[in-house]
Design a protein around this ligand. Sequence first.
Ligand code: NAD
Length: 241
Amino acid sequence: MIPSFGLENKVVLVTGGSRGIGAAIVSLLLDLGSKVAYTYRSHDDSQIGTMAIPADVTNAAAMAVVTQQVEEKLGPIYGIVANAGITRDNFFPKLTPADWDAVVDTNLKGVYNTLIPIIPKMYKRRSGSVVCMSSISGERGNIGQTNYAASKAAIIGFTKSLAQEAARYEVRVNAIAPGFIKTDMLNPVPEKVKQQILSEIPLSRFGKPEEVAWSIAFLLSPIASSYITGSVLRVNGGHYT
Ligand SMILES: NC(=O)c1ccc[n+]([C@@H]2O[C@H](COP(=O)([O-])OP(=O)(O)OC[C@H]3O[C@@H](n4cnc5c(N)ncnc54)[C@H](O)[C@@H]3O)[C@@H](O)[C@H]2O)c1
């Protein structure tokens, strides 16, 4: 039997839940008995029992409507997984303003847009758990990812600051920093580079989306992680410690 982590009947919103890590967390939360809503930008692989909402995290007005729709249909939001993210990799001299803006708008401003309509409600209810998606690239940097690494490093500062503000309202805020996980995001990485990365990972393999999902469920849990806030949980096979 799968432990429920105290997440049964809890309403959780996952951004970018249509594929990859987001889809794995949606699927796990459903197994744990949560009421799950997720947003997506361009894919609709809706899963049974979920509320799938097309909404771009870069659109502040759309994200405010998402909060309203989810709370009307499922009830007060307990958990948020700010997962939606993109890469636009290039060496810095070749990085266009559009590549910079797209990544920062999605990965950083998108988290602001997601959380700003919900956090005041959580404060009032004195209940909530937020998980923001960072990355190993934000912790140790990565060639070709100045824009992405900057956005993911910023998420760590954001998480630690919001955690300190939110603690007095009994709302917890944590971040996940995955290493290299087998999703569509890894597709553009050349095979030679993948082999190089693999040689640096002590567990000698890429991570699975489900392995990140379990760590997110742990951080969402009002039982398993009730004394954890402002932390960054690394799920990276020992790649960076
Ligand atoms: N895969 C990895 O190796 C890895 C490593 C570290 C961190 N991450 C982070 O994990 C998160 C999920 O990555 P993934 O590998 O599952 O990627 P993915 O490309 O498979 O999925 C990304 C999801 O985000 C959604 N999305 C993208 N832009 C959006 C927008 N503007 N509005 C709404 N939704 C949007 C997509 O629709 C999709 O559902 C991202 O934040 C990513 O940066 C991934």
